[in-house]
Design a protein around this ligand. Structure first.
Ligand code: SF4
Ligand code: SF4
Length: 437
């Protein structure tokens, strides 16, 4: 057993209000320079949606796809665009600026002189930050799907919708959404590092943060192609790759990341995990994608176990890091309570940003009967009838395996109900614990 330390994050999606404060403060701190206009080290996606860059989860079909050779190796599918480009440039095709978006700004200095009867806000004209040209229409942005949440209120007052068929109205009324904030996953098995021909991408041994050595980077962009989360960006001004640094200069002086500190929903838990570095490759190679979540969890080590503590000291993990691992809530959220799940474990990079999936209102007869949606009996019995389909959440967090997600939602529902009893001074109901095992 080789015990190493990893800074990791757990985000509680129920608490994200989609305000983008994290993205904006990150941008002000890190990507407010020429060449980084289109980069959002932190972005917040509205789900379901295509994300940023557009279609990042769908690269299999997006770029021609992959196929297995007779020996079982993966290679770009014959005849696909990907194969042709690999052959020509020895680098799979990357997202274009259109897949991210053409960044723009407004002529803020002309706001006061804008016509007062202008039909749209903001009234200043948009200008491309890449070409400096005016943009008559903005066709795409990093969170284009954001406004869906307001649609029902608007649509209910719209006479056209009033006249729609019941089927269309039902479809609209059963729409769901939630927010998914994303940063680099600082993976235990980072493909960006494996793919870099210059040795510029590296994973720090002391804390697991993945960084780009700007002097060593030669601009091959293999990291951009290789990262399945599309969290490495190419700076067109410097010709180098850039990515989220997990705010390491702040962490080194005991400050949290900018996104954690400024998060309005207080949903980002930052902490230290201890893991067995000897088992990473083996866990990443588990055959069935639906077993990867458990394989990833099993290489994490209990920071309260004396054998783990001794192993960490033997590998040079400082005592204050071991204490941080013991004090951090993230171990409990991931392992003790089993409510935090990795994003797309099937990508096999062992991502280290974990997510507590969102609860959502129950639909159907439970709600129609006027039952209390905060009552655990309602929540526990109606987990599979929640507005956000279990299958959708399982597609994000467990490679499609729904039982784990259902159990997590039951635990969250039970906790919500329990805390409600506690806050109201009621006797906690022992049936709650029994219901979630
Ligand atoms: Fe590398 Fe992408 Fe993993 Fe970040 S998310 S460590 S950029 S593979
Ligand atoms: Fe969500 Fe927090 Fe970011 Fe606001 S600041 S969008 S609440 S993660």
């Amino acid at each position: 057993m080789k015990v190493m330390a990893q800074i990791a994050m757990v985000m509680n999606l129920d608490k994200c209000i989609g305000c983008h404060t994290c993205s904006v403060t990150c941008k002000q701190a890190w990507t407010n320079r020429e060449g980084t206009e289109y980069m959002w080290f932190n972005n917040v996606e509205t789900r379901p949606g295509v994300g940023y860059p557009k279609g990042w989860e769908d690269q299999d079909t997006w770029r021609g796809g992959w196929e297995r050779t007779a020996s079982g190796r993966l290679r770009p599918r014959s005849g696909g665009r990907l194969r042709r480009l690999v052959n020509i440039f020895a680098n799979p095709e990357m997202p274009t600026v259109e897949d991210y978006y053409e960044p723009w700004t407004y002529e803020y200095d002309k706001l006061l002189s804008a016509p007062k009867d202008s039909p749209a806000l903001p009234v200043a004209r948009a200008k491309s930050q890449l070409t400096g040209e005016y943009m008559p229409t903005i066709k795409w942005g990093p969170n284009w799907d954001d406004d869906l949440g307001g649609s029902m209120e608007t649509l209910q007052q719209d006479p056209i919708v009033e006249a729609m068929s019941t089927k269309v109205r039902t479809d609209i009324e059963s729409a769901f959404m939630f927010y998914l904030p994303r940063i680099c996953e600082h993976c235990l098995n980072p493909t960006c590092v494996s793919a870099c021909p210059s040795g510029a991408m590296y994973k720090r041994t002391e804390d697991g943060i993945v960084l780009v050595d700007q002097d060593a980077c030669r601009g091959w962009r293999m990291c951009v192609s290789a990262c399945p989360y599309k969290k490495v960006y190419f700076n067109h001004a410097t010709g180098k790759a850039e990515k989220c640094t997990l705010c390491y200069p702040r962490l080194e002086v005991g400050e949290p990341t900018v996104c954690s500190e400024t998060c309005v929903g207080r949903l980002r838990y930052l902490g230290v995990l201890l893991y067995d570095a000897d088992r990473v490759s083996q866990a990443a190679a588990v055959k069935d994608p639906q077993d990867l979540y458990m394989a990833q969890r099993e290489i994490l080590l209990n920071p309260h176990d004396p054998e783990v503590v001794a192993g960490a000291r033997a590998e040079g993990v400082p005592d204050n890091w071991i204490e941080a691992a013991q004090a951090s809530p993230i171990w409990d959220l991931i392992d003790t309570y089993e409510v935090a799940l990795p994003l797309h474990p099937e990508y096999r990079t062992m991502p280290m940003v974990w997510y507590i999936p969102p609860l959502s209102p129950v639909v159907d007869e439970v709600a129609a009967a006027g039952l209390d949606g905060e009552n655990y009996k309602v929540l526990l019995t109606a987990v599979s009838d929640m507005r956000i389909p279990l299958e959708y959440l399982a597609g994000l967090f467990t490679a499609g395996e729904t039982n784990t997600v259902e159990l997590v939602l039951r635990r969250l529902a039970a906790m919500r109900s329990h805390m409600r009893d506690v806050r109201l001074g009621r006797e906690p109901d022992p049936a709650i614990a029994a219901a979630v095992g």
